[in-house]
Ligand binder design. Sequence first.
Ligand code: DC
Length: 211
Amino acid sequence: MGFIIAIDGPAAAGKGTLSRQIAEEYGFHHLDTGLTYRATAKALLDAGLALDDEAVAGKIAREVELAGLDRDILSAHAIGEAASKIAVMPKVRRALVEAQQAFSKREPGTVLDGRDIGTVVCPDAPVKLYVTASPEVRARRRHDEIIGKGGEASYDEIFADVKKRDARDMGRADSPLKPAEDAHLLDTSEMSIEAAFQAAKSFIDAALKKN
Ligand code: DC
């Protein structure tokens, strides 16, 4: 089994960028587990299937191929919303968690990011990071990212959306978003991505020495 780095946190906290940088630095495989929930949601939407039928959603989740996850296609806002809805279903979570756990064992190591990696998917990971930032900062970043790509966005709408997504992710009964007890907290509200990367690196290097 390889070395596992578990990264959790709310939407738009910067954990995706950080996870990719860490995976590249250490030559580890990376899985953005949010994409597995998004792929399940997209398959349901594409097939015109209901988002509230747990048996159907669970079956579709079992068919998701980790190798075919396309970030560009899956990043659409409507898919994120639908993903957050089906992510409350235990049958969907069980199917995706199994696939994520199989991925996590790859050599020489893996970086998985999501909401429940340190608490449920890889509770024995030697390094757990919980990356967060205030809702205001996260909404501002998401807003600026959309504007930067030439799109249109309303800060107020994005802020309301961030709060709604947090409430759904943190409030669900099955695997709610929360830091694992042994997670290192990284609040990126007033920290550059480079500073967050250096902090993460020091936790990882210390754990690798002990390994
Ligand atoms: O990180 P993201 O925006 O791509 O995630 C989309 C949704 O998937 C998110 O609202 C909650 C869900 N999710 C989850 O429940 N557990 C994970 N490990 C990853 C994502």
